[in-house]
Design a protein around this ligand. Structure first.
Ligand code: ZN
Length: 265
């Protein structure tokens, strides 16, 4: 039953590389509020008093199997958390950077990660500096607007990679992507015919009435996890399956009329 999986082997190799001592297949006894009473963890790190679980079945292709596996894993996590057991959970898509997951896990579990205060919050700092540059920009347009631009780029990067719980940036780790459903959504459009003067410049447009087309939107649920505080959240992702086949909505037609603006001269 306990033949080591490829994933477990990768975790073992990472622990060896990091020079961390471990005990494999470690039994945990006397669990409170858990019908099992005892469980077996994949690895135990005695120096840190931290366990490691590799969730190899998390992304099973078969829907039914995946659901069963995840239910089993979540039950285990709950049992550990009820008993104050510190554990690093590793998911299949993290296997190619498993060492860093382990290192950050040890850091996170070893000292409780507090949310950053507002004056240390990178996103707030970058917004404040951007506003400052904007206010000061009349002093020297080229330099300050350049700095402002760099700042705006930072704001975007920070907002995309931040954890909303502990406010740290570059904190987002991808855990899993699950198909949720296909939604039908109307897309409204009208066809525009643009008439051009003989020199190719714009004259006027004609529009058809509004039309509705029903498109299929594939919806995914992406589970993300903060590498610092372990906070988990879900992000929605949409993929429009019918966007590529949308009808053309703008046509151009050249007329024989001359452009009156150039004609007068
Ligand atoms: Zn966090």
């Amino acid at each position: 039953m306990n033949r080591e999986s490829d994933g477990e082997r990768a975790v073992r190799a990472a622990l060896d590389n990091l020079g961390i001592k471990y005990e494999p297949e470690k039994e945990i006894h006397f669990l409170k509020n858990d019908y099992k009473g005892s469980r077996r963890a994949d690895f135990f790190l005695p120096k840190y008093n931290i366990y490691i679980e590799y969730f190899g079945g998390w992304d099973k292709k078969n829907d039914e199997e995946r659901r069963t596996e995840r239910a089993r894993y979540n039950e285990k996590k709950e049992a550990y958390s009820n008993n104050g057991i510190k554990c690093i959970y590793i998911y299949p898509n993290q296997l190619n950077y498993v060492s860093s997951v382990i290192k950050k896990g040890i850091e996170r579990l070893g000292n409780k990660v507090e949310p950053l205060l507002f004056y240390k919050n990178p996103l707030i700092l970058s917004i404040v500096t951007a506003v400052l540059f904007l206010i000061l920009s009349p002093l020297s347009y080229t330099i300050l607007l350049m700095l402002l631009f760099v700042n705006v780029v930072l704001i975007i990067i920070f907002s995309v990679t931040r954890c909303s719980n502990c406010k740290r940036v570059f904190a987002k780790d991808h855990v899993s992507r699950d198909f949720e459903k296909i939604e039908k959504r109307p897309w409204e459009y009208r066809v525009e015919t643009r008439y051009l003067y003989s020199d190719g410049s714009y004259k006027n447009s004609n529009y058809t009435e509004w039309r509705t087309r029903i498109e299929r939107i594939k919806i995914f649920k992406n589970t993300k996890e903060c590498i610092y505080c372990g906070y988990k959240w879900a992000e929605k992702e949409e993929e429009n399956l019918d966007k590529a086949t949308r009808p053309q909505t703008v046509y151009e037609r050249k007329t024989g009329y001359r452009n009156p603006n150039t004609y007068r001269r």
